[in-house]
Design a protein around this ligand. Structure first.
Ligand code: GSH
Length: 201
């Protein structure tokens, strides 16, 4: 039976799971959850995910939520191709850098998003400029981490996939590309060329 994915559009968190499903060539069906109608807070959905958020997957009748946890599960259950390194320290680094790219930089990212979803004339220019600057400063850590490698861990991994939906957003919010982060700019272009990403975003 195909994996069922409860998703929403647009949703970076759902895109993260779809890219992994596509990288692995796994068949899946989607159940669209209308976030604006609050369907994610209805009792039947809360029975699947008490957080009231997408994505949720059902695989072999088993329910899982939280995009990065879903992705680790998919990688362990369907290891072809494997998207986590085998080395324990490298696995630890993948998790640390996912946490950095999603949680540590979340505050300026969210503040910038809050401005950019407003109509252009209603945005606070000072907040836009300040949050873009803060994000670029914080991203220097990832710029150094990728170095001259094509992907963060050498080969594509769950780390690249976890980060790319957020980088798409940061690009659309004008935080990227920027001359101070050339390697991340090149990496983002590389990610955009992957069929799994093209099919998703
Ligand atoms: N940490 C969660 C975040 C999930 C999340 O925030 N999903 C958003 C859509 S991108 C959502 O369902 N928002 C609706 C709500 O919070 O009511 C994950 O990685 O899966």
């Amino acid at each position: 039976m195909a994996i069922r994915l409860y998703d929403a559009i647009p949703s970076s968190n759902c895109d993260r799971v779809k890219i992994v499903l596509n990288e692995k060539g796994l068949a899946y069906e989607t159940v669209r959850v209308d976030l604006r109608k609050g369907e994610q807070k209805k009792p039947e959905f809360l029975r699947l995910n008490p957080y009231g958020k997408v994505p949720v997957i059902v695989d072999d009748g088993k329910v899982l939520f939280e995009s990065c946890i879903i992705n680790e599960y998919l990688d362990e259950k369907y290891p072809n191709p494997l998207l986590m390194p085998k080395d324990p320290y490298a696995r630890g680094r993948v998790r640390v850098l996912i946490d950095y790219g999603l949680n540590y930089i979340h505050s300026p990212y969210w503040a910038l998003r809050g401005e950019m979803i407003k109509k252009e004339g209603e945005r606070d220019r000072a907040v836009v400029e300040e949050t873009r600057r803060t994000l670029r400063d914080l991203l220097e850590y990832l710029e150094a981490e990728i170095g001259d490698k094509p992907y963060f861990m050498g080969d594509i991994s769950l780390l690249d996939i976890a980060l790319v939906p957020r980088f798409f957003r940061m690009e659309s919010y004008g935080a990227l590309p920027t001359p101070s982060l050339p390697r991340l700019g090149a990496w983002l272009q590389r990610m955009k060329e992957r069929p799994s990403v093209k099919a998703t975003l």
